[in-house]
Design a protein around this ligand. Structure first.
Ligand SMILES: O=C(CO)[C@H](O)[C@H](O)COP(=O)(O)O
Length: 403
């Protein structure tokens, strides 16, 4: 978490593939590998620090969604280290998650300051309110006014001195992040706003190793994790560990997440329980569905959240036997590839890998996030949902890199 108070202007030294090195003596003296830094509005995890410079990985996704798509040596970047408990909130709460790239339409001197007009994408406009807060290239600013398709900010001399925003001219592009409260309040489900805000320090998109560690800890504690698969299905799933699946978690999947809950298993589990693959051509993405099952000892139809959670827990139980299950039932197992995430980057393999990393049995539950209008959730929807639900959001690519 940041507050949008720029501490230093760094200069990009090298860009090699997705590894970026920035010369920034003050920040380098303060930050440790693994720490977070806001770089012109983008939260990055620092990997190396040496000789007054730091190096971080900037993913292709981040580049696409920010002005980092033209990152190059010599470029000046605004830097702010992550807040620690007790730091003053001189600006507003900033996450370093770029919502949109805006275009400067005009910049003019105004007394000792400068007024800059910015046109954001239309979808972003509802999040901009006159006298509200906005982060522009990571700097916390107050929106002066909103007119039709654009808004203005006034840069006071202190901001001009601490940032490079005074150099902005018509045509320049800037990273924008709306005030986190405006982002949440714009959502229909405001009843959960307070809960989400309480969870803000770790909810939402968590890139890199830190996100993977948080996701594994969350799963081990019986919580859910949102996993984004941008390169393959372009869908996000909410994942739980099967061995400790609670009825409430299943209810949440059915009523909030709204996709098709399935139960990824290590292949040996399904072989041992004699649960066979469903014959056929298979789906478009190589998912391996097996015959759905119910717990034989259940008394109802097997559909209730409590019964489905009990079936999942039994699938995850190393002492379970083939006769414990009725076939067909209402819980849908999927077989992970024997080689796990190294062989295939599906939610199936991601779920099993996270369960193993969480030291639970290699059986979990995953369910695609569907928007209330029936469309599948994209990256911005997922980020809003993860914040609303108070869940961490991680990328399959990071799970593949670290698990
Ligand atoms: O159930 C599914 C497809 O049938 C889901 O998409 C689920 O996310 C697991 O699939 P994959 O491993 O292909 O991501």
């Amino acid at each position: 978490m940041f507050t949008g108070r720029i501490e230093e202007i760094g200069v990009v030294e090298t860009v090699r593939g997705d590894r970026v090195t920035v010369r920034a003596p003050a920040s380098a003296a303060r930050i440790r590998p693994g720490g977070s830094l806001n770089v012109s509005g983008v939260c990055v995890t620092v990997e190396d620090v040496a000789d007054g410079a730091f190096t971080a990985t900037v993913s292709a996704e981040t580049r696409r969604r920010s002005t980092f798509d033209d990152l190059a040596a010599g470029r000046a970047v605004a830097l702010e280290p992550a807040l620690t408990l007790g730091d003053p909130l001189d600006g507003h709460l900033v996450q370093g998650h770029v919502d949109a790239v805006g275009k400067v339409t005009a910049a003019e001197q105004q007394g000792a300051g400068r007024r800059v007009w910015i046109r954001p994408p239309t979808r972003f406009l509802p999040r901009v309110a006159a006298k509200g807060s906005i982060a522009v290239d990571g700097a916390s600013l107050t929106v002066a006014e909103v007119v039709k398709d654009r808004f203005s900010v006034v840069l006071v001399p202190a901001t001009l001195a601490a940032t490079r925003l005074g150099e902005l001219e018509a045509g320049d592009r800037v990273n924008l992040e709306s005030d986190v409260v405006a982002r949440l309040a714009g959502r229909p489900d405001t009843a959960t706003l307070a809960r989400a805000v309480r969870a803000l320090p770790w909810a939402g998109h968590l890139p890199g190793r830190a996100g993977v560690d948080k996701a594994v800890a969350q799963l081990a504690a019986g919580g859910g994790v949102v996993v984004w698969d941008g390169d393959r299905e372009a869908e996000g799933d909410v994942v739980f560990a099967g061995a400790i699946m609670r009825p409430e978690s299943f209810t949440f999947l059915l009523t909030q997440v709204c996709g098709h809950p399935t139960v990824p298993c290590a292949p040996g589990v399904l072989d041992r329980l004699e649960i066979d693959p469903i014959p056929g051509e298979g789906d478009r993405h190589g998912t391996r569905p097996h015959v759905p099952v119910d717990l034989a000892a259940g008394t109802g139809t097997g559909v209730s959240a409590a019964e489905r959670a009990a079936t999942v827990r039994r699938l995850a139980d190393p002492g379970a036997a083939p006769a414990d299950f009725l076939r067909p039932g209402h819980v849908f197992p999927l077989a992970a590839r024997p080689g796990g995430l190294a062989e295939r980057g599906g939610h199936t393999e991601a779920t099993v890998a996270m369960c193993v990393a969480a030291a639970t049995s290699p059986v979990g539950v995953c369910c695609e996030v569907m928007n209330p209008d029936g469309t599948m959730a994209g990256p911005a929807d997922l980020e809003a949902a993860a914040l609303r639900w108070g869940l961490p959001l991680v990328d399959v690519a990071d799970l593949r890199a670290w698990l």
